[in-house]
Design a protein around this ligand. Structure first.
Ligand code: HEC
Length: 148
């Protein structure tokens, strides 16, 4: 092949690679998590329940089972104060769920969209902790288990 043909073939390969873009946004979400969230929530999503930082691992997915719970995950102060764009806020929250939910991930979980990020963040409840406790109780009542 002539160099020009090789270049053309390469550019086709790059544009066509289906995973390339997904990989970039996955990396960016991971970096956002490490930079803005892991200081409190831990690289492994274990948090620090004794200090009031809830564990993500194996339980965060339960919240997405009910609409208010899905919204709540984007209304927490840590996400708001990181001031990420709607798309990045959606991506980091989706990343947390995919990475840490484990068996709590409901079948058919849909990634968060930027439009949801905007809507949920604008409609945040005044009492986020009260909201969390209410959702937690509701999910326990539905039979979902939390480790803490
Ligand atoms: C300064 C410490 C701190 C940082 C940084 C922080 N969080 Fe949190 N996060 C908390 C605390 C404390 C809670 C529990 C109270 C609450 O629900 O607001 C919490 C709760 C949460 C919850 C709800 C989990 C549950 O089980 O209730 C999510 C989701 C969350 N944070 C996401 C994030 C994301 C995303 C970031 C980074 C963009 C982040 N947090 C950064 C301290 C932090």
């Amino acid at each position: 092949m002539k160099p020009a043909t090789v270049l053309f073939a390469l550019s086709l390969a790059v544009t066509a690679a289906p995973g390339a873009l997904a990989q970039d946004s996955y990396q960016r979400a991971r970096n956002d998590y490490l930079l803005h969230c892991s200081g409190c929530h831990g690289q492994d999503g274990i948090g620090n329940p004794a200090k009031g930082i809830p564990q993500f691992k194996n339980q965060i997915g339960h919240f997405t089972r009910i609409p208010e719970g899905r919204a709540f995950l984007m209304q927490v102060p840590g996400l708001l104060s990181a001031r990420l764009s709607d798309d990045r806020a959606a991506a980091v929250t989706t990343w947390i769920i995919r990475e840490f939910a484990g068996p709590s991930l409901p079948e058919g979980f849909q990634p968060y969209t930027g439009a949801e990020a905007k809507r949920f963040r604008e409609a945040r409840p005044a009492d986020v902790i009260g909201k969390r406790n209410a959702l937690y109780g509701e999910l326990l009542g539905l039979g979902y288990r939390f480790e803490q």
